[in-house]
Design a protein around this ligand. Structure first.
Ligand code: CA2
Length: 152
């Protein structure tokens, strides 16, 4: 299974500020952590990070026909971007939304997620482990879909 892990704006700054919310580990640490967990699970992962909404839309579109699943932390664009929602809907690739922090316990403006409407699941407040949980959700979902196809 090929999974694209996408991170949105400012997540390249992980470990540099706000360690109380996002931890002390860096974006590079995050990539290494997910990469080694994915290896153990038998999933192939690729990574993309951008601070630009249009670039994130482009990357989602390019995933069409190439990746079987998307794990996305859209960061601030979670709460503002209909374009990212439309992008995941347009490619139809099973997608799981991830947040490092527990957005449910934070400001009112973080209670809205547009992309969630196009996702098969959402994981929040579990730190870096949330990305691994998202990969497992995608693997279980895909296994369930193919067993459905077997009986048809
Ligand atoms: O909890 C998450 O993963 C978020 O997606 C992170 C976003 C925030 O806008 C969402 O509401 C929740 C912010 C990412 C900013 O990352 C930083 C990294 C280092 C220092 C400061 C911010």
């Amino acid at each position: 299974m090929k999974i694209l892990v996408i991170n949105g704006p400012n997540l390249n700054m992980l470990g540099i500020r706000e360690p109380d919310i996002y931890g002390k580990a860096t974006y590079k640490d995050l990539v290494e952590f997910i990469g080694s967990a994915a290896d153990s699970l038998g999933a192939e992962v690729d990574f993309y990070q951008s601070n630009h909404e249009g670039d994130l839309v482009d990357r989602i579109q390019q995933a069409y026909g190439v990746f079987d699943g998307i794990v996305i932390n859209p960061a601030a664009y979670t709460h503002t971007s209909v374009a990212l929602l439309d992008a995941v809907k347009s490619v139809g690739i099973p997608t799981v939304e991830v947040h490092i922090s527990d957005v449910r316990e934070r400001e009112d403006f973080r209670q809205v997620s547009y992309i969630r409407l196009g996702c098969i699941g959402a994981v929040m407040g579990k730190g870096f482990d949330g990305y691994v949980e998202a990969i497992k959700i995608l693997m279980d979902y895909t296994a369930g879909q193919s067993s459905k196809e077997d009986v048809q």
